[in-house]
Structure formats: C-alpha cells, structure tokens
Design a binder for this molecule. Structure first.
Ligand code: FE
Length: 202
C-alpha cells in the first residue's frame, strides 16, 4: 500500500445526517456522514455506521432506520446533542421537541432537515470498524428547499472557531474538538468516523 492521508477523505463530498433507530420503545440517533443512493430499481441507499455507536446495534437488531438530511441552518447545538455524546446512557431526544414519527414508527427531525428517508436493511456488510447497511427505501419525503449541509460548510460556518484554548480532546484526523473532562470510550467522531483512540487530550 502507498501512503494514506486520512485528511484526503474530506475531499469527498460528505453530507451530514441524523441516523435514527429504535428498540424496545427507546429512540436513539447519531450523526453520520455517509449516506448514498446506490440503486434506483429497487431504490436503495447505503449507510456506513461505526460499530461502537449504540445506534449501530439497534439497526442490526431491528433492520430499520431513518435518515434526516441536515440543512445549512443546522446549529452547533444539534451536533452536540446527537454527535458529541455517548449514546448508551443518554437519551438524545430528551427535551428535544422538533421531531415527528414516520410510518415506520421512527423519529425524524422537523427542523433544519430538508428530507427524511426511511430504510429497511436488505444486506449488512462488515467493513471492519463500520458496518455498511444496504437498505431498500420504504419512504422518502422532501421537507424543505434549504440546501443540504456539507462537511465544508460545517467547518466554515457552524463549528465554533477555537479562540481560546479549551480543555478537552481533539480528533487527530479531522481536528474536531470534544469539550469535556472525559472522552467516553465508545465516542465516535461525528465528522470523520474515527473512534476515541484517535483523539488526544488538549
Ligand atoms: Fe474526526
């Protein structure tokens, strides 16, 4: 193999999505950056999810998920809520009212979300750190005409600029900063997919 520069992956045009699942009446969600349409007949999408994510386990168990496509109006708060905390012990929807349920019973975002797509898994590919869920689209709805947020837009306009030195952990791959005393072992960088092992204390 030749040289591999992880940062080159950011040149791919990632969007940002809230991926929701549910088991035993408990809703959960995480932020992912890889959702692609892979076929049109039948209509299929693929979603890559880090295995340390609780949402990953829920999708493996139930085979269904919702993808909320985030738009450019999304706030940093939403990233903190769905991306920056460990999912096993926290209720990410606690106090969050901007949701509705689609016909599969799962939640999706009604704000800062321009489309919702429901998927039913037809194939799961073990990719190492991640599972790739290939899914048939069971419903899909456009919610607004706002542009989808891209990775670049997030870095340029949404992520707070680091003015003063903060305590926390920085992702060695993409520079994402986790603010907090302790980084959970199952933490996954919401932007670049790397796990807690690729973070260092600042
Ligand atoms: Fe990262």
């Amino acid at each position: 193999m030749g040289e591999i520069q992880n940062k080159s992956m950011f040149k791919l045009s990632y969007g940002l999505f809230v991926l929701a699942a549910k088991t035993d009446g408990k809703d959960n969600a995480c932020i992912v950056n890889t959702v692609q349409q892979i076929a049109n007949d039948p209509l299929k999408i693929a979603v890559a999810v880090n295995k340390v994510n609780y949402t990953h386990d829920m999708i493996k168990e139930t085979g269904v998920f919702n993808v909320s496509v985030l738009d450019e109006g999304v706030s940093f708060d939403l990233f903190e809520r769905f991306g920056f905390q460990s999912g096993r012990s926290v209720d990410k929807f606690d106090g969050f009212s901007m949701t509705e349920r689609s016909e599969n019973g799962l939640l999706y975002l009604t704000q800062n979300c321009n489309a919702v797509i429901s998927g039913k898994v037809t194939e799961t590919v073990d990719c190492g750190s991640h599972s790739l869920f290939v899914a048939e689209v069971t419903s899909a709805k456009v919610l607004s005409d706002e542009p989808s947020v891209t990775y670049q837009y997030y870095f340029d306009h949404i992520k707070p600029k680091p003015e003063k030195k903060k305590t926390g952990y920085v992702c060695k791959i993409c520079g994402y900063v986790y603010e907090g005393e302790i980084l959970p072992d199952d933490f996954v960088c919401p932007l670049c997919k790397h796990g807690a092992a690729d973070f260092e204390k600042i």
